[in-house]
Ligand binder design. Structure first.
Ligand code: ADP
Ligand code: MG
Length: 157
């Protein structure tokens, strides 16, 4: 048993299938998800597809200018952060707040989680997105915490 899973998605449709599967698995209990990867890798694209699979009615957009978008029209509340524009100092102030977003039945996504020099100190799933070629992207998952490891095990099936 491993807490890691890697998947190449050759186009956006394959990313959509992966996102739909992931959405089903996180829906029952909620999840805190951190996303890493270069600009344009496919972090926002994945979050948008997961949010849509969870039933969000409104348009899902990148929170890179507003830092946080929230959606309350899906099966569970969805919080989507992008910390790219926060300076290091600003990020420190948000860490306590993020801890609260890791508790309870909600899906929280944090792009540019590089903010935390240390590991994130609570259960979560980390996703690293890298370019492969053209429309191919590699999504690498790593789970922290027992329940999240079960999610990764299910994702492999
Ligand atoms: N297989 C794929 N998976 C995800 N995105 C893809 C894929 N193929 C092409 N794309 C495109 O790559 C871009 C990813 O951008 P975005 O998700 O905003 O990146 P990030 O949030 O990581 O900066 C989008 O324009 C998306 O349509
Ligand atoms: Mg983005």
């Amino acid at each position: 048993m491993s807490n890691k899973y890697e998947r190449i998605c050759n186009n956006l449709d394959e990313t959509k299938s992966l996102a739909e599967k992931f959405a089903k698995l996180i829906e029952p209990a909620g999840c805190f998800v951190s996303l890493y990867g270069e600009i344009g890798a496919g972090k926002t694209a994945f979050v948008k597809l997961v949010a849509e699979a969870l039933g969000v009615k409104e348009k899902v957009t990148s929170p890179s200018f507003v830092i946080l978008n929230e959606y309350h029209t899906a099966k569970l509340p969805i919080y989507h952060f992008d910390l790219y524009r926060l300076e290091n100092e600003g990020v420190k102030t948000i860490l306590d707040e993020l801890t609260e977003y890791s508790e309870g039945h909600q899906a929280t996504f944090v792009e540019w989680a590089e903010f935390s020099q240390n590991e994130i100190p609570f259960n979560h799933i980390k996703i690293n997105v890298t370019y492969d070629e053209d429309e191919a992207r590699k999504y690498s998952f790593e789970a922290f915490g027992h329940d999240n490891i079960s999610i990764i095990e299910e994702l492999k099936k």
